[in-house]
Design a protein around this ligand. Structure first.
Ligand code: PLP
Length: 381
């Protein structure tokens, strides 16, 4: 029988309590272990303590890869992957619509280390060919993207990477392994900010990398030099959180789909971005490569609604940075995640001042719809 997602969330990479038979994983806090027996030379920064290793196995199982590694944050995972496979003089192709922190890393650290990079606006075969150089070593994408929920065709990326001997890397944070397993499409390395869906309760910072044993060994070798290892308490918490990942994300995806349909028909909404709407330009790609369409959406209010008043009038949906918690949260990208861009750059990228990004929680969807309706009523000019 094919193991389903909830089974994997609960049982894969599970550390057993052999001594007392407890139902949950024991937590090993030691930073010092007896070095005299084989296999006991453990140290947290080497990411080889029992809780760290078990969680790595869980992430490998969830992403359908050979191996997994857990780090202290999404950016620790992203930077470790970059610095493991790229050196001075190499070139990387990045999707333009990537997480702000990743874009900042490229602008600052690639520049400092002499790694060349090209940002591609729309990832397709033609644009990738144009960006390719003799020294290109990696292609890096994020799908669905933030905040416009644009999709990248993983089959195109993986075929291009294989044809040109590049490492293909994806930030799979928005989809989560419940809705998308990129290794099944031939992507080499899968990264998560576990601060988002994997943690899911807005109380954990962590990052994960999944891939072949060989690739994970290479990332491990670099990552231990940078020292961005996760604490065992956080690893234990993350393991506990992932047990409900399947349940949470399925409910969030179901809610988001209903909410997107409601918003699309609403007379005070100009536009809804959700890959599960047939009107979404990438709907076919989404249907082909995602198991569910996810819990993230964005929308633009018509100018008759005042955006700041609307946010103020919400009772249940909470304005907040970050995303993917069990509670619904909302933000204006122009004032937060994309505030460092000039208004012209934002316009170029399709991010208007009226755009709101909604991270849909597990509440009853009718409550979310009611909250949006009453807030619109209070904020119509
Ligand atoms: C939050 C986020 C990151 C960075 O993760 P941290 O845990 O904050 O370091 C990377 N990618 C995406 C898509 C994110 O949402």
């Amino acid at each position: 029988m094919k193991k389903n997602i909830n089974y994997l969330c609960v049982h894969s990479g599970q550390l057993r309590d052999d001594k007392y038979g407890g139902a949950t994983a024991p937590l090993y806090l030691s930073t010092a272990y007896d070095y005299r027996n084989p296999g006991t030379n453990l140290y947290p920064r080497y990411m080889n303590t029992p809780n760290q290793v078990a969680l790595g196995e869980k992430m490998a199982a969830l992403e359908n890869t050979e191996a997994g590694l857990i780090l202290a944050s999404g950016m620790a995972a992203i930077s470790a992957v970059f610095m493991s496979f790229l050196k001075t003089g190499d070139h990387i192709i990045l999707q333009r619509a990537i997480y702000g922190g990743t874009a900042h890393f490229a602008a600052a650290e690639f520049k400092n280390t002499g790694i060349e990079f090209t940002m591609v606006e729309r990832i397709n075969e033609e644009n990738l060919q144009k960006a390719l150089r003799p020294n290109t070593k990696m292609i890096y994408v994020e799908t669905p993207s933030n905040p416009l929920l644009e999709l990248v065709d993983l089959e195109v990326v993986s075929a291009f990477a294989k044809a040109n001997k590049l490492k293909s890397v994806i930030d799979n944070t928005f989809a989560s392994p419940v809705n998308q397993t990129p290794a099944d499409f031939g992507i080499d390395i899968i990264i998560h900010s576990a601060t988002k869906y994997l943690g899911g309760h807005s109380d954990i910072t962590a990052g994960t990398v999944s891939g072949s044993q060989q690739d994970i060994d290479r990332v491990w070798n670099t990552a231990k030099n940078y020292g961005g290892s996760i604490s065992d308490q956080t690893a234990w918490m993350l393991d506990r959180s992932i047990k409900t990942l399947g349940l949470r994300v399925k409910k969030q995806s179901k809610n988001a789909k209903k909410l997107a349909k409601f918003l699309e028909l609403h007379p005070l909404i100009r536009k809804v971005n959700y890959p599960g709407l047939p009107s979404h330009p990438d709907y076919e790609i989404a249907t082909n490569q995602m198991k569910g369409y996810g819990g993230m959406l964005s929308f633009e209010l018509k100018s008759s609604v005042k955006t700041d008043k609307f946010l103020e009038a919400l009772n249940l949906i909470q304005p907040a940075l970050s995303l993917a918690g069990v509670e619904s949260t909302i933000l204006a990208p122009s004032l937060t995640s994309h505030s460092l861009l000039t208004p012209e750059q934002r316009a170029e990228q399709g991010i208007s001042d009226d755009l709101l990004r909604l991270s849909v929680g597990i509440e009853e969807v009718d409550l979310l719809i009611n909250d949006i309706e009453q807030a619109m009523e209070k904020s119509t000019k």
